[in-house]
Unconditional design. Structure first.
Length: 412
């Protein structure tokens, strides 16, 4: 009997050590996989504000985006105080309702939260020339989508994952609004119509589907970039929108989703790359100006009492409504940020494109001259020095008394 017990004990000890050894190996292998697949730190590592800024390069800060003028702080404060008074009334009206009033449970506070974020994005971007609609779906999956009637549907699964983070919600709403304002639903519907016009299993149908899938991915990149711009103009911080970025990465593993969407890795690369050329301070100033010039947009429950309508500003004229970015603004920020990022060849290309559109711009000629000077210092090629002199001379003809231009003439 003693012998049997002894062998059982031995066996237990032996097995235990084997399990422990294997268990450690499993942990190590799993940690290695986690390094590869983790949706946390790794995938926003590159997504940081204003990467390279070379302090040695010349920048008298003369480049600005159009579309705003600076408002006195006291006037801004007065306007914000007046707006906040209206918001507090809206808040008590929305949050004071009984759950039964909504047909959906306890959505008052959630409505208010999403209303404030969406309304801020709408006003900051002059999108208040039309009504917007927010629908809360009870669906527990993480998703959101928009329709051509400016209706944004947010699943409970998405809202509940993001609800503590306004920046993340803003990035999600911005993306969906971007689909609407860039006309993506109409573009997609045209593909659907075309696909349906061919017989099932036909080669032409397969070609039409392929064309749709490829274009759909381009639309996602565009909505990501434009959506991020909408959120930045409303004052939201993209660096803090980590839950949305993490979601985008995670969703790319879903085969149905990844059929029409680029991979998460590519979408995050597109975010980081696009953002390298944002002029975020300038964009925020445009947003502050647009909010100052607009009035609080009132929410109301929709006729089916399941969604929230954010009413348009009826006084808005066509001329004041949202416009996609002008080519001049786009080339301005690409040229300027390429220069600041030390990408001088790119800056050279974008400054020439900008000057083709805006020939009488002395500031652009001055920065073109700085760029060529940097290229001269980098390569030692004399042609860049000659270019630098030529461009600063153009600048001086356009603005003879400018001191920064005179300094550059003297420096060269
Ligand atoms: Zn999308």
């Amino acid at each position: 009997m003693k012998k049997v017990i002894w062998s059982i004990v031995l066996c237990f000890v032996f097995n235990n050590s084997v399990y422990a050894k294997d268990y450690a190996k499993i942990q190590i292998r799993e940690m290695e996989k986690a390094q590869k697949y983790s949706t946390t730190d790794r995938y926003y590592a590159d997504y940081t504000e204003d990467n390279v800024f070379n302090k040695n390069i010349k920048d008298p800060k003369l480049i600005h985006l159009g579309g705003y003028s600076t408002i006195e702080q006291s006037k801004l404060n007065a306007k914000n105080a007046a707006d906040n008074l209206i918001y507090s009334k809206i808040k008590s009206a929305l949050c004071g309702k009984k759950a039964d009033d909504y047909n959906v449970q306890a959505y008052g506070a959630d409505f208010y939260k999403v209303y404030r974020i969406a309304e801020k994005i709408i006003r900051a971007n002059n999108l208040d020339f039309m009504n917007w609609r927010i629908v809360f779906s009870k669906d527990n999956s993480f998703n959101a989508y928009s329709s051509e009637t400016n209706c944004i549907t947010i699943h409970a699964g998405a809202f509940d994952s993001l609800s503590a983070n306004d920046d993340a919600i803003a990035l999600l709403i911005g993306h969906e609004m971007a689909h609407s304002i860039l006309g993506h639903q109409v573009r997609a519907a045209k593909y659907m119509h075309k696909i349906d016009s061919f017989p099932e299993d036909s080669a032409l149908r397969a070609i039409a589907i392929k064309a749709y899938v490829s274009d759909s991915k381009k639309m996602e990149y565009a909505a990501d970039t434009e959506g991020a711009r909408l959120a930045v103009k409303a004052g939201y911080d993209l660096s803090k929108a980590k839950e949305t970025l993490s979601f985008i990465y995670t969703m790319s593993n879903d085969s149905e989703f990844s059929y029409t969407h680029p991979t998460g890795k590519h979408r995050l690369e597109n975010y980081a790359e696009s953002r390298k050329y944002f002029m975020e301070d300038e964009m925020k100033k445009q947003g502050v100006y647009n909010i100052y010039k607009s009035e609080v947009l009132k929410p109301r429950l929709s006729s089916d009492r399941k969604s929230l309508v954010i009413e348009k500003n009826t006084a808005k004229t066509q001329a004041e409504a949202y416009r996609t970015e002008t080519p001049v603004d786009l080339y301005t920020r690409y040229a300027y940020k390429s220069y600041l990022n030390g990408e001088f060849e790119k800056a050279e290309e974008y400054f020439s494109k900008l000057l083709e559109l805006d020939r009488k711009n002395p500031v652009a000629y001055l920065y073109f001259s700085y760029t060529e000077e940097c290229l001269y210092k980098k390569t030692g090629k004399k042609k860049y020095l000659d270019n630098a002199k030529t461009f600063v001379n153009y600048a001086q003809k356009l603005a003879p008394s400018d001191k920064h231009i005179q300094e550059q003439v003297d420096a060269l």
